[in-house]
Design a protein around this ligand. Structure first.
Ligand code: HMG
Ligand code: MG
Length: 308
């Protein structure tokens, strides 16, 4: 039954690492991506082509893309893995589409709040769309898939509560532009089952196809799993997560990591969904990366499972 299948978008190598103060060595990043590739994950966000002055941790994304193209990581039989990169403007697209080894997929990222758009992209929401238009056009013309993000879908530390209508508007603009999927970012993890339900219903009532939506929930307040449950109940079948719950956004005060991939997979399997992800393998990757970068493992399931 296809409606039982949930696609997990692993964002650890990008969202998980972008906020690390100490530069994570390129070999560690590549090893993380390679290890994740063996777990059955279908999508692994691998880096971002943003201004290195803004996010120094992602400055080696060209080396990552080159490596992935020259030596594709081993994936399980019959699984093909996509490695998207974040792109904010045409300069980023140029790096993503190097003639020798272009990325097969990119993500553009918009905000539902003006305050965060200014902090994260240094421009208004409207200006960001003016920048995205040629990026999407050129990417699609080159056969590159484009995913869209909307940040601050519940509330924003700079602008306050986000009206669901604003999320609907930005989501529709991204889809109309040609994004094949839009990921709804609760960037600072302030959503609760009620506010997420209101948002999901506003999107569906406005005619946004639920098949084109993904949930991208940060776990700052420990609500990410229960919020994913609400997304699932509303028909969402794509969820973003980060191994060991790594991460945070450098331009969102107080934002910590995404829901841990291990916890998400455990939850989904326990309610009868399939993901194709090997929970034990991904738990081992979570333990390894936490140790490698000297971070507490923020997954509950991973350490519990490995302790058995
Ligand atoms: P700006 O300063 O207004 O841009 O930043 P600019 O065009 O004036 O350029 C300034 C400098 O950056 C120039 O260099 C450019 O060449 C360079 P200089 O001449 O000073 O040496 N530059 C670039 N370099 C490499 N790649 C590029 C690029 N663009 C400009 N693509 C800009 C505007 C958009 C570039 C900047 O604001 C930026 O990079 N922002 C990205 C911030 C970011 O990465 N945030 C985290 C990801 S979003 C997120 O985490 C949320 C998400 O997870 C969902 C959720 O949780 O809600 C997706
Ligand atoms: Mg995020």
């Amino acid at each position: 039954n296809p409606s039982d299948f949930v696609k997990i978008v692993e964002v650890g190598p990008r969202d998980g690492l972008q906020n690390e103060k100490t530069i994570v060595p390129l070999e560690t990043k590549i090893s993380l991506i390679e290890r994740l590739s063996t777990t059955g994950l279908r999508v692994i966000e691998a880096g971002s082509f943003v201004a290195p002055k803004w996010v120094p941790q992602m400055a080696d994304s060209t080396s990552i893309l080159t490596h992935l193209s020259r030596s594709p990581p081993p994936a399980p039989k019959d699984v093909s893995v996509s490695y998207p990169f974040l792109v904010p403007n045409l300069k980023g697209l140029e790096s993503a589409l190097t003639p020798s080894n272009p990325a097969s997929e990119i993500s553009i990222f918009a905000s539902a709040s003006e305050g965060f758009s200014q902090k994260n992209l240094n421009c208004s929401i409207d200006e960001s769309f003016k920048r995205f238009a040629p990026v999407v056009q050129q990417a699609l013309a080159s056969g590159v898939k484009v995913r869209g993000y909307v940040s601050m879908v519940i509330a924003c530390p700079y602008s306050g509560e986000t009206p669901p209508e604003k999320v609907v508007e930005v989501t529709k603009r991204l889809l109309d532009m040609g994004c094949y999927e839009v990921s709804l970012g609760d960037t600072t993890g302030v959503g609760n089952p009620y506010s997420i339900d209101v948002l999901m219903k506003a999107l569906v009532d406005a005619g946004v196809p639920v098949e084109k939506l993904a949930c991208h929930f940060h776990d700052t307040y420990g609500q990410a799993i229960v919020n994913c449950m609400v997304g699932l109940a509303n028909g969402v079948r794509v969820f973003d997560s980060s191994v060991a719950g790594l991460g945070g956004c450098p331009y969102a005060k107080g934002a910590t990591g995404n829901v841990a991939t291990e916890d998400l997979v455990y939850f989904l399997h326990s309610v009868g969904m399939t993901t194709g992800v090997d929970l034990e393998k991904v738990s081992e990757v979570g333990a390894w990366i936490s140790k490698a970068i000297g971070r507490k493992n923020n997954s509950k399931v991973g350490p519990a499972l490995l302790a058995k």
